[in-house]
Design a binder for this molecule. Structure first.
Ligand code: NBY
Length: 837
């Protein structure tokens, strides 16, 4: 029905209200206005950074209008909502994405140009928002983009870290990694809205008293109370007004001072209490794939899940629905086990605060949560010591034990007397101390559990949770293959290719960017020499951009006619950067042994690495050091440096990836089979027409299914062989010299210090010589042969370009739009709803 205008004269209001500015003149006015007012600056001293700030503020005004409309729209409509709980959102830069999604990129470019600025120079002024480690955090960012684009009522919830992932420096003296803080909030952040009025209290420590009135309720009191303050990050959809919300929490002390301590004259203690509250959201933990059991990390997890759930509950209660319908209106996706405490917290809220009987509460909880696993590496499975949980969250530990007791009864009923099974399935691992297995808790309490690529989801069922599959049935465990947003990872980072695709498909860009399967239309033009030529020219142009970038950084010439071979990801033994660098050394030694005539026939290659190592991961840091020092030797060798050069680009980031990916002829995706859950950069490279050199692992397999095996370069042992090989390594070890003489020579070359180091690399080399957990000795020969195949294929440029076009053409499946639709339909049961123009 008609709504009454809430205040004042409706005409006065509405005639002054604005929509998104789409006229260049309005954009210009807005930018200049922000220069004059918000920035208090004048045209005389405005630099590129000032222009960035003003353009960002002008763009932000548009976002705010749409964001507000969207929030009002969904508040009125009261649909079921989905929440993506992730401790990491690796957003990268925002301005260029916001301009693309708002559809005002050309106008803003024009406007900046008439004000005397080039948009390229302005865009690179922005600092990355790097609130994540790697694939898991970037996936969350892609999913937010797709949710908004598809007009789905999805919010993200995370933490507003004061320091994102550390800045990586490479020490001049020895080539090793140094870590420096990333003070990304040093300048004001225009992309967030502080909501100082959205605040919750979060309790830690204290004690929990059961009421013993038969209700199962308890009262948790005392301890420390901390405030969670909301900061809202606007997430615009592409080609829609829908602008979703990412709510990040900041911790702050409940009182500036603890007055009691203050009165007692203990000033230091009073200030300490406030420090410890602020510490909760001060820094992103820089570990991927290892858990450290640190109290502050557990505090982060609880602080974030408690604030997020309180916020969801408040929103739900505003709808005036019975509490039993909570799961009809809310779906919560757990991004790995990091938010598993949300399960326990919702039980606590329902039982202790809403007075819901346990079994009803459990029904609500098990209909609300969904759990995504991102790794099968055993060292990455989160466990928390029971004594720590008891100390920090006494009520939650009681609830966990209550869940355990009831779950035990149900398992015992189905498999009477099977003690071994109970021990395997328990949420508590026995030992000193006992530990809580967060993954088991997440599985028991979730409606669905998924892996992130077909093979990985199969391993989740067969290796991680076989007992749970038997107990709950197969249908609870399924797959959602990851995806990436084609807006950022094609249109924004590779505009020339995007334009060529639009021209070739004869479709408007916004059609194929929202329905990526449309790329298949490229297939009918694969044999068109004109397209082939333009396709090659685009790649060349992107390579020159990267070459220029690297020349500036290193002061060395980079040959853009050479093949560009790229491996960029977190440093980890399972990802096998070591295999790659040993392969590079092998190639270098071959080149050294050739006559100048022989060298001329070799495929010229430039190898790029980038990636960070966890600060405490010794072997990964040694790998970086080796790569850097090998590069210094190779690049300085006049015999070979025309044919082979090598660069380790420091401080890998989303924005660096945006330069590297479009420039790659080939990317290396060479994890030990069965270890890389999915990989997502593999998809990004293929989208930009970079071919894939990889193992039969993760999403590589599905990429090959799409593009055809003759368009990828596969090598190495398959997943079922890996365990057998590891067994052999342990019980029937064969020396490298015998097993893989070519590899042995490479290892010896490093040992002989031709790349310096004075023996420092021995621990790294020994991971291969002894144990060889990641089966480099078994895969090396096959790897070298695959690299030779790549070299050979590259000689036939026409064939290569055709493979490249075919690869891009078949990337439709890997749009995060498809992935998010899978979640929305098969898991969350939520519907799109468009905010009207
Ligand atoms: O998630 C990655 C997987 O390795 C990759 O194969 C997959 O494509 C991607 C998206 O599904 N996992 C990942 O990035 N994990 C982390 O970054 C991470 C971070 C923190 C912790 C564990 C893993 N932690 O325990 O603190």
């Amino acid at each position: 029905g008609e709504e009454k205008w809430p205040r004042g004269d409706q005409k006065t209001w509405t005639s002054s209200m604005r929509n998104v500015f789409t006229e260049t003149s309005d954009v210009t006015k807005s930018i200049v206005n922000h220069v004059q007012t918000s920035l208090a600056r004048a045209p005389y001293n405005l630099d590129d950074f000032g222009a960035y700030q003003a353009a960002a503020l002008a763009t932000r005004d548009n976002l705010i209008v749409n964001w507000n409309e969207t929030q009002i729209h969904f508040t009125r409509k009261q649909p079921k909502r989905a929440y993506y709980l992730s401790l990491e959102f690796l957003m990268g830069r925002t301005l260029s994405n916001a301009l693309l999604n708002l559809g005002i990129q050309p106008q803003t470019e024009q406007s900046l140009s008439s004000l005397g600025f080039s948009i390229e120079d302005v865009l690179v002024q922005e600092r990355d928002a790097a609130l994540g480690n790697g694939g898991l955090g970037r996936l969350a960012a892609c999913y937010l983009d797709s949710s908004a684009t598809q007009e789905l009522p999805v919010w993200g919830y995370g933490l507003r870290y004061k320091y994102g992932i550390f800045m990586q420096l490479i020490k001049e003296e020895d080539g090793s990694q140094l870590e420096a803080p990333d003070p990304w909030l040093e300048h004001q952040n225009p992309w967030e809205l502080p909501r100082l009025d959205v605040v919750y209290e979060v309790r830690f420590y204290g004690s929990s008293e059961r009421l013993n009135d038969g209700s199962g309720r308890a009262v948790w009191s005392g301890g420390q109370e901390v405030l969670a303050v909301a900061y809202d990050v606007m997430i615009p959809g592409y080609g829609t007004r829908n602008t979703n919300n990412l709510r990040l929490w900041e911790s702050k002390p409940k009182r500036g001072f603890d007055l009691q301590s203050f009165n007692a004259g203990d000033y230091e203690h009073a200030v300490e209490a406030s420090n410890s509250a602020a510490a909760i959201t001060s820094v992103l933990y820089p570990n991927d794939h290892t858990t450290f059991g640190k109290e502050l990390r557990l505090k982060q997890q609880y602080f974030w899940t408690a604030a997020s759930l309180a916020d969801m509950m408040r929103r739900f209660k505003n709808m005036d629905k019975p509490i039993n319908e909570f799961a009809e209106y809310n779906a919560i996706q757990l991004n790995d086990t990091h938010p598993t405490l949300a399960i326990v917290e919702l039980m606590r809220m329902l039982v202790d605060e809403e007075d819901v009987p346990w079994s009803q509460a459990w029904t609500i909880v098990t209909n609300t949560f969904f759990f995504t696993n991102h790794t099968v590496l055993p060292e990455a499975l989160e466990k928390w010591p029971v004594p720590l949980m008891q100390h920090l969250l006494p009520r939650h530990l009681q609830i966990i034990f209550d869940i355990v007791r009831r779950f035990f009864l149900s398992v015992e009923k189905k498999f009477p007397g099977d003690v071994a099974r109970l021990a395997r399935m328990s949420l508590i691992e026995e030992g000193f101390p006992q530990q809580i297995r967060m993954a088991n808790l997440a599985v028991v309490a979730s409606r669905k559990v998924n892996g992130v690529a077909e093979l990985h989801s199969e391993l989740v069922r067969k290796n991680l949770f076989p007992d749970f599959v038997e107990f709950f049935g197969k249908s609870k465990f399924s797959n959602v293959t990851n995806g990436v947003t084609p807006r950022r990872w094609l249109d924004q980072c590779n505009p020339a290719l995007s334009q060529l695709i639009t021209d070739t498909l004869k479709l408007p860009r916004d059609v194929w960017l929202k329905d990526l399967y449309k790329l298949e239309g490229l297939l009918q033009h694969v044999d068109d020499p004109k397209l082939q030529k333009s396709w090659a020219a685009v790649k060349r142009q992107n390579k020159e951009r990267l070459a220029h970038f690297v020349e500036q950084m290193f002061g060395l010439k980079v040959d853009a006619s050479a093949m560009f071979d790229v491996q960029i990801k977190r440093l980890h033994e399972y990802k096998r950067q070591t295999l790659n660098i040993l392969g590079v050394i092998y190639r270098y030694l071959l080149l050294k042994n050739m006559t100048p005539e022989e060298r001329k026939k070799v495929n010229k290659k430039v190898v790029f690495f980038a990636g960070k190592a966890a600060p405490g991961y010794y072997v990964a840091k040694l790998t970086i050091r080796l790569i850097v020092n090998v590069s210094r030797v190779i690049n300085a060798d006049p015999d070979t440096n025309q044919y082979l050069s090598l660069f380790f680009l420091p401080d890998y980031s989303v924005s660096l990836a945006e330069v590297l990916i479009p420039a790659a002829d080939i990317s290396q995706q060479i994890s030990t089979a069965g270890t890389e859950a999915s990989g997502t950069s593999n998809m990004k490279f293929c989208l930009s027409g970079g071919l894939l050199l990889g193992t039969v692992d993760g999403a590589n397999i599905e990429i090959a299914e799409e593009v055809g095996e003759d368009n990828v370069f596969f090598f190495g042992h398959l997943t079922p062989d890996v365990d057998k090989l590891r067994y052999e390594h342990t019980y029937h070890p064969v020396p490298v010299e015998q097993k893989c003489p070519e590899l042995a020579k490479v290892l010896d070359a490093v040992s002989s210090n031709i790349f310096g180091g004075n023996g420092v690399y021995e621990p790294l080399l020994n991971t291969v010589r002894q144990g060889d957990y990641y089966i480099l000795t078994d895969d090396f020969d096959s790897y070298i042969r695959a690299v030779e195949m790549v070299d050979e294929a590259y000689q036939d440029q026409t064939e290569w370009i055709k493979k490249s076009i075919r690869t891009t053409a078949k990337m439709g499946k890997f749009s995060s739009d498809r992935a998010i639709q899978d979640y929305a339909q098969e898991y969350w049961n939520i519907e799109s709803s468009r905010v009207s123009e």
